[in-house]
Design a protein around this ligand. Structure first.
Ligand SMILES: *Cc1c(COP(=O)(O)O)cnc(C)c1O
Length: 383
């Protein structure tokens, strides 16, 4: 089976060289826009590309305001602060995620609580959330959700759209509402993914994107906060040193952050965003070829959930067993076709080992079985 897969992947990418998991593609106006910033000298914290990148992204995702920042982790940090997360608060998330989700919670001096994921979305399970809350929390008469055990505030819930596949947002929105918990979506992996026609990252009070080099489009490093007008203005203020607008005076009215995306990076982002739909078409074509390849095998290809358009950022399969997964990883990587297991669960990392958690048996089941496949854009739609 692995021989056939290696042959199949090499046919897609038409190369005998090493095939990485995900490489960026710069075939649009990247060079023109970046050179433009250099020639104008506006490479840093001021410039027209930042404004344009923000308004183009707000239009693409149909959110009230998009605020560009230095990376996806910083975006999540600010989003959580604006969701009202305070020191000592609890923030519910999935244990099956990239570590940045939990690190951003820690930056707020809050603590993650882990609930399970669904096997069909790989993302936070509304049922698991509801079950954990029913056993461990109540909404006090002041309208604040608190843990029964120690009265700590359950301020926010952060689902993550794993590999670009949207979680069950309708259910999640209603559970969060019923329990007075603010929804903040980690949409770092799901730019271009829609749930029932609406862009991921726009269902909660705030959502965040990442433009790291391995994501579906890149600014070198970068991120974005998606939110409404009012919170968007707060996000802009907080990420730009909290300086009161003035032609020459320096007055900062709170402790702000220097999280602004440089104009140089925004220029790259504007050019990449122009090609995003082309990238997604190529990725969806590649995904459908993978799905065909794995049909009638013992390995299950991960398809987009019903009612969604996924960006298929990273293609994934679910193996029958940990043994099959290990053999799969070895056979492909030995032959220069890069594959990778999913992340170790957050509760296995030393700094998150003592966090409270519910039943996470789906996350454990997936942790032992999921593999990512080469997913770069470059070849998907080549005839
Ligand atoms: C990439 C990623 C981030 C953060 O991105 P950076 O831009 O690298 O800081 C956050 N969460 C998830 C799930 C990611 O995949």
């Amino acid at each position: 089976m692995f021989e056939a897969l290696i042959r199949f992947v090499r046919e897609q990418y038409r190369t005998n060289d090493f095939i990485p998991l995900h490489a960026p593609v710069f075939k649009g106006r990247e060079r023109d826009y970046v050179v433009d910033t250099i020639e104008s000298t506006f490479v840093s914290s001021v410039g027209a590309y930042v404004d344009r990148f923000e308004s183009d992204m707000a239009a693409y995702t149909a959110c009230g305001k998009a605020v560009a920042v230095v990376n996806g982790t910083a975006a999540l940090h600010i989003a959580l602060l604006l969701a009202g997360v305070k020191p000592g608060d609890l923030v519910i998330t999935q244990s099956l995620t990239f570590v940045a989700t939990c690190n951003a919670i820690s930056y707020c001096n809050a603590e993650p609580v882990f609930v399970d994921v669904d096997r069909h979305t790989l993302g936070l399970s509304p049922k698991s959330l509801e079950a954990w809350l029913t056993d461990n929390a109540h909404v006090d008469p002041d309208g604040v959700c608190r843990a029964k055990a120690d009265k700590r505030v359950l301020r926010a819930c952060v689902p993550m759209h794993t590999f670009g596949h949207p979680v069950e947002l309708d259910l999640l929105v209603s559970v969060c509402k019923r329990w007075s918990i603010t929804l903040v979506e980690d949409a770092a992996e799901s730019l271009g993914s829609f749930y029932k026609g609406r862009h991921t990252g726009t269902f909660g009070a705030l959502g965040t994107l990442s433009f790291n080099g391995n994501k579906i489009m890149t600014t070198g490093g970068g991120g974005m906060i998606l939110t409404d007008q009012a919170l968007g203005q707060r996000a802009k203020h907080l990420t730009t040193t909290a300086k009161r607008p003035h032609p020459f005076e320096f007055f900062h009215d709170e402790v702000g952050f220097n999280y602004r995306l440089p104009n140089l990076n925004a220029a790259l982002g504007c050019a990449q965003l122009e090609q995003l739909e082309t990238f997604i078409l190529a990725k969806r074509e590649l995904a459908s070829r993978y799905a065909g390849h794995f049909a009638n095998t013992s390995v299950q290809f991960v398809c987009e959930p019903a009612g969604c358009r996924s960006n298929y950022w990273l293609n994934a399969v679910i193996c029958e067993s940990r043994e099959q997964r290990d053999a799969f990883l070895k056979a492909t990587n030995d032959k220069g076709v890069m594959t990778r297991p999913i992340w170790a669960l957050m509760n296995r990392l030393p700094m998150y080992a003592d966090c409270r958690r519910g039943d996470i048996s789906n996350a454990e089941w997936l942790e032992a079985r999921v593999i990512n496949l080469p997913s770069s854009v470059n070849s998907g739609v080549a005839p």
